[in-house]
Write a protein that binds this ligand. Sequence first.
Ligand SMILES: CC(=O)N[C@H]1[C@@H](O[C@@H]2[C@H](O)[C@H](O)[C@@H](O)[C@H](O)[C@H]2O)O[C@H](CO)[C@@H](O)[C@@H]1O
Ligand code: ZN
Length: 294
Amino acid sequence: MTAPDSLPARRLLLVHAHPDDEVIGTGATMAHYVSTGAHVTLVTCTLGEEGEIHVPALSQLAAGQADQLGGWRLVEWERACAALGVTDHRMLGGPGRYRDSGMMGLESNKHPRAFWGADLDEAAAHLVEIMREIRPQVMITYDENGFYGHPDHIMAHRVAMRAAELAGSDGPRKIYWTAQPLSVLRDGMEAFKESESNPFADVDTVEDLPFGTPDEEIAARIDGTEHYAKKTAAMRAHATQIPDNSWLYGMAGDFGGEFMGVEYYTLVKGERGPGEGPYKWESDLFAGLDVEGR
Ligand SMILES: CC(=O)N[C@H]1[C@@H](O[C@@H]2[C@H](O)[C@H](O)[C@@H](O)[C@H](O)[C@H]2O)O[C@H](CO)[C@@H](O)[C@@H]1O
Ligand SMILES: [Zn+2]
């Protein structure tokens, strides 16, 4: 069975937990593949109802007040996707099916629709349906720890990996997990040492961070620096989550596109294609795949 003729030959699926994750971790990658003619499908699992609100005028939308933040973040998410050029963006099971669980251990983890308490196969079935429609050759999601331990990120990982298993030949042939090389984190620590908004202020070494991957375990380095302006525009769309004084902008401003425009991945399914540098990092997630065949 081949993918519908209406879709481009290369098809990339990304599975994220909340609106804003798509841009922070993979925004440059998404913009890069859209610009090179691939079909990019974003599946986000919750509306982010339990998030903070960094726009004072919207503070009453919070979960403990009007509880309307999810609807607002849906609009932020659509604007961010537009900034990246991504037109195929979907909420797992439809908007509102699964609720943001809040940080690990909070009472919100027990909400009847909290994603953390979702039935794994039922949630995965929604993603299998998308895989059967799109037949993506490549999928991006998080590692088993959800990159930094948030329950919705851990669940997004589990649902994505389960769906890939259930989808069989309609599932992705290469699966990547988002990652940050330790060398890049060390450079960031050095660069931010004197900065007022230093994300590394509370740690002495990168080993203290809940994420970081030895360079030799990284499989791909996607250079989307030419799209870093789109990435920062998409970040600005998520104004309730990413305040104007966020270190993320500092990074983009002081360190150019390199830090924000380059994104890294480990490969957990499929064969690594040709690569460059000391660790033979791929520069294309579709490297080594015969995309014309499917
Ligand atoms: C990037 C990401 O996954 N953001 C999540 C996360 O947000 C954190 C949360 O609000 C926490 O209370 C803050 O201290 C921290 O700075 C935020 O990154 O968790 C939220 C609640 O589940 C979620 O809505 C947000 O998208
Ligand atoms: Zn998130």
